[in-house]
Design a protein around this ligand. Sequence first.
Ligand SMILES: [Cu+2]
Length: 165
Amino acid sequence: MARRFSPRLILALFGMLVVVLLFAPWPGKAYSPSTRAIHIDATQFAFAPGRVQVQQGDRVILKLTASDVVHGFYLDGYGLQKRIEPGVTEEVTFTADRPGKFRYRCAVSCGPLHPFMIGELIVEANTPYWRALALVLVAALGMLTYLWQTGKYRSYQEVLSDTCS
Ligand SMILES: [Cu+2]
């Protein structure tokens, strides 16, 4: 005869599992927001580096320079804009609170290939994809177990009332 669990116990168990999944620190993927200072230099017709990667929550300080003519810096998604004159370092500070890929582009027409002056900022999400997936799986499993056990519980009671009457 299979053991039966009360619905309340099942809810409590899976609730605990969800909490553990959400808040348990995972070895090797420990996250702590840090301050990142990144130097980006603009020349005709590229940014160096053309790709910047930060962690979600990081405080990002961009130090922008232009080494030939006047350029601009515009960051999609965050709506940051700066004009960069040669010889002057411009600073842009922001918190990378939005995960995803964002393009930064030159915002000052600087020559024929100006529209192709594009770089990419990658903000890595704090919640890894597999953790979200595990949460969905546990929730689904919890619901199934709950339905299965409550169904069994009810039928067991029906059997009891049948034999007792
Ligand atoms: Cu430019």
